[in-house]
Design a protein around this ligand. Structure first.
Ligand code: ADP
Ligand code: ZN
Ligand code: ZN
Length: 766
């Protein structure tokens, strides 16, 4: 019934709001025109039209952004559209249609959706490209590198060694990802080792004469994946393929082989990589293989540079675009392939309106362009594996590491036992033993905790008991309004149903008073580590040490250069980095992420631990992993230790099915921001009531579940109260119709002190 209302509204639009120049900064300027009678049925958002514009009524190309029934102006002042250019398949028209699709599917204004998908041209000064050219031979490089001071000239040595394999490097890459100071570059310039060359063009960071990295002979499993996916790429509907390959199994080689085939078909490819994994090493692999036909979108590009990269793509100067989420909007003319690496990563979901998931948008784009979509991961999202199991995605597996590189040995340390046996330290005895070995052998160690754990779940350190909501299978969170920590004001709250209770002082399970919110920061780990082994060299990567974007890379390249023995950090350190000398990884408090009050907690924990384990011993040295936990029997932890995705999946999907969570059901979060708490709650309640009322006459009633309204997990930010209402249903289309309906219902009363946002299948707590 809701769906029909929407349909009805589609037919009688007499006016079109168009945008005349979409390459302009002020894209939000809309002009209203009348649709001639004969076009009223067919006109769609995104259509390219010809309109009379300005005083002289010169004919201009424009795009329809909105269709409306009523005019904003006097009838006599509205001009009429001249024609619709039906055959137009311009990039602009397609981009606007995409924006419209996003607006309709995720809920946002058209302008916001457009700003998301469209690179806006801004006036920028001419961008210059600078690069460093090596002008000495390998012998001199080796000699100079050998003479570098082992502590004070690490960056210098790094650059000299890089010149051994690559003779030309972009200046930005050297000062950025490689973390070499300009003074170091200039001293080498003075010595006549290199010269700095400035051009106006974007150029290949590798010179043609460079050695191309030799292509490895693909393993049987890799070849099967390539053959299967390539076969689908030759079909009209290539569909989606899921490449499930354990860490280090050679997924990237599969992508590159597919891209090469895609290029030979005259088509282009988009490769999405989580920002944090856009490392120098990864980029060099792509550059080495595809040279100047590759471009990278990363967060440090200016708007102008970004626009230029899109332009290069649009005008056919590129075959491959690599980048995070936003690379998806690269306007290729002949897109043949989209790859999403580490497809389970949360960063593929936008937290800004429209709250889209890159995987879903990629699916839309791939379908539209008859391109193949390849999703790759060692720990696929439940969403993707579920579709693969249902046969909606092709599934390819890589079960082995090439050349028999071994998986690490994983130990689970039971921290309850440690405490019982008198070990009150943050480190288990096993972890200490293995750390000592590494420190003596000069190998490196990574220790991480999970930042999400700070949401403040409460557990018993004696028996591992975690306080859970009696109505939902999620843990309760310790709540303290305004960041105040007064004990008596503390409450335990369920973020899903709103259940509240007082903070506990004793464990209901074993009576111990060791019950508390767990708070182990990276700083505490560092302190304790230094107390235990005073000469240890430590690097810390967390919110404090990474205020600026470059800080990540500085820390990582410093660790790669063995300037520290131990890297301590939040989960960001375990993602996508290869440190061959790192042979031990310790998960300090593996439970933290398990107990975040969120139905994805187990999945996230499993992914994190499996990925972390995959980091240890990537070189020819064998790796070991210690997972410290208070819940050694939890299936997320046990299966991560065994690197057993399938067992994890089977248990987790059962839980999702029973509890009705995605991917089995879909979930729409209606998020309300209000100045007054009661006001937000009242609006949410009104929406909930109206929906129930509508549903009462509908067949959908049985299948729909309305949860809440409840205060959001972060109930107040900057004095804005946040309330959330969940609607669950098996059909996404049904939830989209609900969203449309809520939008309609709230349209008139907006502009007050309340704001509404929608989030489908949320991945983060609101
Ligand atoms: P993943 O993307 O699955 O983590 P990579 O593609 O990065 O794996 O491969 C891991 C390592 O194995 C890389 O150093 C890569 O060069 C190497 N490798 C991949 N495939 C092969 C192969 N068929 N033969 C030899 N080495 C390979
Ligand atoms: Zn207890
Ligand atoms: Zn609950």
């Amino acid at each position: 019934m809701i769906l029909q209302d929407v349909d009805k509204a589609m037919n009688i639009n007499k006016y079109a709001n168009v945008i005349v120049d979409i390459s302009h900064e002020k894209v939000d300027r809309l002009f209203q025109y009348r649709l001639p009678e004969n076009l009223r049925q067919t006109a769609k958002v995104g259509d390219e039209v010809i309109v009379p514009f300005g005083r002289g009524d010169s004919k201009r190309k424009a795009y329809i952004m909105e269709l409306t029934e009523e005019s904003q102006w006097e009838e006599s002042r509205i001009k009429e559209i001249i024609s619709i250019n039906e055959k137009a398949v311009s990039v602009e028209a397609r981009t606007l249609q995409l924006a419209y699709w996003m607006k309709s599917n995720y809920g946002s204004t058209m302008i916001t959706a457009m700003k998301t998908v469209l690179p806006v041209k801004k006036k920028i000064r001419e961008q210059q490209y600078r690069c460093l050219q090596c002008i000495v031979g390998d012998e001199i490089l080796t000699e100079l590198a050998g003479k570098c001071h082992p502590c004070r000239q690490i960056a210098r040595r790094r650059l000299l060694q890089e010149f051994l394999s690559v003779k030309e490097l972009p200046y930005q890459l050297v000062t950025g990802k490689m973390n070499v100071a300009p003074s170091t570059i200039h001293s080498l310039e003075k010595q006549g080792v290199l010269r700095i060359v400035t051009t106006r063009e974007y150029r290949n960071p590798l010179m043609r004469s460079d050695r191309r990295v030799e292509k490895p002979v693909l393993s049987v499993e890799q070849q099967q994946a390539v053959d299967g996916i390539f076969k689908s790429m030759q079909e009209t509907e290539p569909g989606v393929s899921l490449l499930h390959g354990i860490t280090g199994s050679g997924k990237t080689e599969v992508y590159m082989e597919l891209i090469e085939k895609n290029i030979s078909m005259g088509k282009q490819a988009i490769v999405l990589i989580p920002e944090i994994a856009l490392t120098f090493q990864t980029l060099m692999r792509f550059y080495a293989r595809f040279g100047d036909r590759v471009s990278v979108l990363h967060s440090r590009l200016s708007d102008g540079e970004r626009f230029d990269q899109y332009e290069r793509a649009r005008t056919g100067q590129l075959d491959v675009m690599i980048g995070p989420r936003s690379a998806l909007f690269t306007p290729f003319m002949q897109l043949g392939l989209i790859v999403i690496d580490e497809e389970h990563e949360n960063s593929y979901k936008s937290e800004k309106m429209p709250k889209y998931h890159a995987r879903e948008v990629a699916e839309y784009i791939a379908k539209r362009d008859h391109a193949a979509l390849v999703l790759g991961s060692a720990t696929p999202s439940l969403e993707s594996y579920y579709r693969a199991v249902k046969g909606e995605y092709h599934l390819y597996q890589l079960r082995h590491r090439p050349q028999n590189a071994v998986l690490p040995q994983v130990y689970i340390a039971d921290m309850r036992k440690e405490l019982k046996e008198g070990n009150k330290s943050l480190f288990s005895r096993k972890l200490k033993e293995l750390m000592l070995e590494r420190l003596l052998r000069g190998e490196q160690i990574m220790l991480f905790i999970n930042r999400r754990g700070y949401a403040g779940f409460v557990s018993c350190r004696e028996c591992g008991y975690v306080v859970k909501c009696p109505h939902c299978d999620v843990s309760l969170s310790q709540h303290h309004a305004n960041g105040m920590y007064q004990k008596k004001e503390q409450k335990l709250v369920c973020h899903y149903c709103g259940y509240q209770t007082d903070m506990l002082t004793k464990c209901p399970e074993c009576g111990s008073s060791y019950i508390a919110g767990f708070r182990a920061g990276t700083q505490r780990i560092e302190e304790e580590l230094k107390k235990w082994y005073s000469s240890v060299r430590v690097l810390r990567m967390d919110a404090d040490t990474t205020r600026k974007k470059e800080d990540y890379e500085k820390i990582l390249s410093s660790f790669a250069a063995h300037e520290a023995d131990v890297l301590i950090g939040t989960q960001m350190i375990v993602k996508g980095h290869d440190f061959p000398n790192t042979t031990l990884v310790g998960a300090i408090a593996a439970d933290l992420s398990l107990s975040v009050g969120d139905y994805r907690a187990a999945e996230r924990t499993f992914q994190l631990l499996t990925q972390a384990a995959g980091r240890a011993g990537r070189g020819d040295k064998k790796g070991e992993v210690v997972i410290q936990t208070y819940q050694p029997d939890n299936y997320g932890i046990v299966n991560a230790a065994k690197q057993d995705y399938l067992s994890f999946y089977q248990e987790e999907i059962l839980y999702r099915r029973l509890a009705g969570y995605p991917p089995v059901q879909h979930m729409l979060a209606v998020q309300i921001f209000a100045k007054e708490e009661a006001e937000g709650m009242a609006l949410a309640q009104k929406i909930a009531d109206k929906i129930s009322e509508l549903l009462s006459e509908s067949q959908e009633k049985e299948q729909t579940q309305i949860i809440g309204p409840v205060p959001a997990a972060l109930a107040r930010i900057n004095d804005i109260h946040r309330t959330v209402l969940y609607i669950k249903h098996e059909s996404k289309q049904f939830l989209i119709a609900c969203k449309d309906w809520i939008e309609g219902m709230t349209k008139d009363m907006e502009q007050g002190s309340q704001m509404l946002q929608f989030d489908f299948d949320p991945v983060n707590l609101f």
